[in-house]
Design a protein around this ligand. Structure first.
Ligand code: DQA
Length: 149
């Protein structure tokens, strides 16, 4: 069974309330439901987590090593600050897709640099919460054995 881990960084528990003009009105529970629906349709096992604590996020990333097939991560503001999460993702040796709800490139300059993109196989930004679904669909396509195998 293919397992994907969806990780959400700081302040994403405030989705729906926080800057709805930027992030929309869906809550994190809505995003979880959306991801679960996409994963079930594609026959994938999904784990979904959010934390405001960097050490907790690093522990989850370490625990993914050898256990999950792909990580979808919205690192929130850690995208732009965290060498530690960058290093943890390298240590995990699991393919990573980075997701941002907003288009970080049309926002403040400090959001234009990502430590995570250096270790991500792909980056989705500005697709709203559908970005999570696109990342899950991409992993399904990549990880599923070709027909007849
Ligand atoms: C975000 C973009 C980040 O710059 C910001 O700090 C977030 C959310 C996004 O999903 O658009 O918390 O990752």
């Amino acid at each position: 069974m293919t397992t994907l881990l969806v990780l959400n960084g700081p302040n994403l528990n405030m989705l729906g309330l926080r800057q709805p003009e930027v992030y929309g009105r869906e809550t994190l529970a809505d995003v979880h439901a959306l991801c679960q629906q996409a994963a079930s349709k594609l026959d994938l096992t999904l784990e979904f987590q959010q934390s405001n604590h960097e050490g907790q996020m690093i522990d989850w990333i370490h625990q993914a090593r050898g256990r999950v097939d792909g990580i979808v991560i919205n690192p929130g503001a850690w995208t732009h600050t965290s060498v530690a999460i960058h290093d943890a993702l390298i240590a995990a040796e699991v393919p990573v897709i980075e997701v941002h709800i907003s288009n970080v490139h049309r926002r403040e300059a400090f959001r234009h640099h990502s430590y995570i993109s250096l270790v991500a196989k792909a980056v989705l930004a500005g697709f709203g919460t559908h970005g999570y679904v696109l990342a899950i669909e991409h992993f399904a396509r990549e990880l599923r054995p070709a027909p007849g195998q």
